[in-house]
Design a binder for this molecule. Structure first.
Ligand SMILES: Nc1nc2c(c(=O)[nH]1)N[C@H]1C(S)=C(S)[C@@H](COP(=O)(O)O)O[C@H]1N2
Ligand SMILES: [Mo]
Length: 306
């Protein structure tokens, strides 16, 4: 995992996408966890050697954001219709500081870091993305959650006038999109609230102005365009679980040993992939972050809590 402090990402020196292609060694270090960067280069090189940064145009044009339609190309086509400025966020539930806040006021003064994470969709494709964001724990702590807060719940914007996928009765989703994390998952240092990618602001189709990024979980946990943060005692029924509980659970930890009822999760297509080169590779437990996060689930039956 590569972490750059704000000083290193001043707009005057934004790194063009092609520079990222030479960065395999940093991703390899990520697979070793927080101490990876201290290891000799040769030790890093052998690890995850095939993890190259996914081209930016794929990350911004092949999306899941059902608020704008179900085709992978719909978000890039229609998400510009969403107004992201001004943007306010309501914080509620088990916390000392609740209310409605301007997005800028919440993130003001917090350090934005760059993290290159593998990202694995439940539909068995994956990408490697240089995300920019703020550790979620740094955002949540300012609201002073109480001891009763066991879970944090997030909601996406509901605004059918600007989100065409929310219009009409053809949509089977009960909007707004909802996700949640246990507090210890939310406060884990790998969990990021993303505000940008490839050194730029987050495009609308990727969840502007901010979206979650939980790299050891299937993509659907990483909820986009968040307008509500609620601290609760119990886990919510997240959107995909509500749609099909036999296929999608609350935990959604990447697990090659547990198949989706309709397909195997043992391998994935790393984008870009094509008819001629499927770019298939084995899926790793916890998406390759087991050393860092497996302890969160010690003693749990991960076949039951999928
Ligand atoms: N609000 C909202 N968040 C969402 C989704 C969505 O449809 N609506 N799709 C999820 C799914 S299934 C995936 S794989 C990722 C895709 O993120 P990306 O388009 O930035 O790659 O967003 C997740 N977050
Ligand atoms: Mo997904």
């Amino acid at each position: 995992m590569l972490i750059r402090k704000p000083a290193a990402i001043a707009s005057s020196e934004i790194t063009p996408e092609d520079v990222y292609h030479g960065r395999r060694e940093f991703i390899a270090a990520g697979a070793l966890g927080f101490t990876g960067l201290a290891l000799p280069h040769s030790a890093r090189a052998g690890l995850q050697d095939a993890d190259e940064i996914t081209p930016e145009n794929i990350v911004t044009q092949y999306n899941n954001f059902y608020e704008f339609g179900t085709d992978k190309s719909d978000p890039a086509t229609y998400a510009h219709e969403m107004t992201t400025d001004p943007w306010s966020v309501t914080v509620s539930g088990e916390a000392n500081k609740t209310g409605t806040f301007a997005f800028e006021d919440i993130i003001k003064g917090l350090d934005v870091e760059e993290r290159i994470y593998r990202f694995r969709c439940v539909e068995a494709w994956s990408m490697v993305v240089p995300w920019m964001g703020i550790p979620l724990s740094n955002i949540l702590s300012q609201f002073e959650p109480t001891g009763n807060a066991k879970v944090v719940e997030f909601e996406t914007l509901y605004r059918p006038s600007e989100m065409r996928g929310q219009q009409g009765f053809f949509s089977s989703i009960d909007w707004p999109y909802i996700e949640g994390l246990r507090m210890d998952e939310a406060n884990h240092p790998l969990t990021l609230m993303v505000t940008g990618l490839y050194g730029k602001d987050l495009p609308n189709q990727n969840g502007a102005p901010w979206r979650l990024m939980v790299p050891w979980k299937y993509g659907f946990k990483s909820i986009k365009s968040i307008v509500s943060i609620r601290f609760t005692e119990r886990e919510p029924i997240n959107t995909w679980k509500q749609l099909q509980a036999s296929e999608y659970g609350f935990y959604a930890n990447v697990n090659p040993a547990v198949s989706h009822p309709r397909w195997s999760q043992a391998s994935e297509r790393r984008l870009p992939s094509s008819l001629f080169n499927a770019n298939r590779r084995p899926t790793l437990p916890f998406n390759g972050y087991a050393d860092e996060v497996a302890g969160l689930y010690a003693g749990m039956d991960l076949r039951k809590y999928y």
